[in-house]
Design a protein around this ligand. Structure first.
Ligand code: SF4
Ligand code: SF4
Length: 381
């Protein structure tokens, strides 16, 4: 089940034109229209905010403006849990009308109740959060039964004619065997998987289970070796990104390829690290000192190999070196032999703690713009 032809051609045309021009360009807008969630996963860095912030929502118009502002051909909507947003179906429809490819990421708890508000379209994909098999997933989200709910949701959405994929984050307690079995299962359901190692969010409750770069590369090698260099399975990821995860390529990230618009504004520098917010996409692109960020440059980036930082790099390599892309796509990911030399971390700058200041600034903005909402939220807290 590959991407439907029309959106695929639009995305490819956008990427090739911009790469030839040498522009910095976004491939996918990451949208967090709210931070509230109906789960509290220990590895999640997105939900640790006071109620006044968790109650905030991006409006329909703000969501449309975000895609017009950045010009990305696709949008990945996450959160929090997007299905808690009352205008979500209208937002998805608005993007489809603009011929944007929409990936709606959900933990699926509300999917059965809400699915009637959505219609199948070549421009629309449900992306179900599933961190491995039953045992792995229920542990990752810290709630028994969520795997079964997600599996039911996948079947229901497919029966109704929707395009469905799974969004799988890998932590350090995953075993290559269980990941391989999980992928066999997803392939038997005809569901593609977007896979990525987790990012060690500094605000996540559980800091024990994130992978470092060395462990990531070894784990993915062992895992892909069980699937004929990953060729047995269906990933939405680029083969070059999978090759990077297996340690065969040393990439620098491309943080602007998947910029984040959240309830605070555009997040600097990327989806994973929040070091400040600006009003417009132009301010993000022109006002961020990109040289300050990335592996080897900043301590918070040291272990990052996440798709939203490195898929853009893989996509660019696929365009400028198509033979490399073809080689990995046809032969599969190399799972033995020496790895590519990794980036030196010895000169990275120290991490700066900005979270408390950001929360104070945002609360102050809410107190001024919505005094009643602020009072309600702080009273409830
Ligand atoms: S479902 Fe997603 S947004 Fe909600 S707590 Fe888990 S990781 Fe965070
Ligand atoms: S390495 Fe790049 S994508 Fe990853 S956290 Fe740092 S800036 Fe963001």
């Amino acid at each position: 089940m590959s991407l439907p032809m029309a959106p695929m051609l639009r995305i490819a045309k956008h990427a090739i034109t911009k790469t030839i021009k040498g522009d910095k360009f976004p491939l996918v807008l990451m949208l967090e229209p709210l931070l509230r969630c109906n789960l509290a996963c220990p590895g999640c860095g997105k939900i640790d905010y006071p109620d006044a912030i968790l109650n905030r929502r991006l409006s329909f118009q703000e969501c449309m403006d975000a895609i017009e502002d950045c010009g990305a051909p696709a949008v990945s909507i996450a959160g929090g849990e997007p299905l808690l947003h009352r205008e979500m179906a209208k937002i998805v429809k608005g993007y489809i009308e603009r011929k944007k490819f929409v990936i709606l990421c959900t933990n699926a708890l509300l999917l059965k109740k809400k699915i009637g508000e959505y219609e199948p379209s070549p421009y629309f994909t449900w992306s179900i959060h599933l961190d491995g098999d039953k045992q792995m997933h229920d542990k990752a989200v810290d709630q028994d039964g969520t795997y079964d709910v997600a599996l039911e949701a996948i079947k229901l959405a497919k029966e109704k004619g929707f395009r469905v994929q799974v969004n799988c984050t890998v932590f350090n307690d995953a075993s290559p065997e269980s990941l391989a079995t999980f992928m066999d299962h997803m392939t038997s359901l005809d569901v593609e998987v977007t896979i990525s190692p987790g990012y060690a969010y500094e605000r996540a409750a559980d800091q024990e289970h994130f992978l470092n770069r060395e462990k990531t590369k070894n784990l993915f090698r062992d895992f892909f070796a069980r699937g004929n260099g990953a060729k047995n399975w269906k990933f939405t990821n680029s083969p070059l990104f999978l090759d990077f995860l297996a340690g065969n390529r040393s990439y620098e990230c491309t943080p602007w390829s998947m910029p984040l618009r959240t309830v605070f504004g555009w997040q600097k520098p990327c989806y994973l690290v929040g070091e400040g917010y600006v009003e417009t996409f132009a301010e993000l692109m022109e006002g961020t000192d990109w040289e300050q960020y990335g592996v080897g440059k900043y301590e918070k980036c040291a272990n990052c190999m996440v798709h939203c930082g490195f898929e853009g790099t893989a996509a660019r390599e696929g365009i400028v070196r198509p033979l490399e892309f073809m080689k990995v796509a046809m032969k599969g990911v190399k799972t033995d032999g020496p790895m590519a030399k990794d980036i030196d971390l010895s000169k990275q700058r120290r991490a700066v703690d900005v979270h408390a200041t950001q929360v104070e600034q945002e609360l102050e903005k809410i107190r001024i713009s919505d005094p009643e909402g602020y009072r309600r939220a702080t009273r409830a807290a």
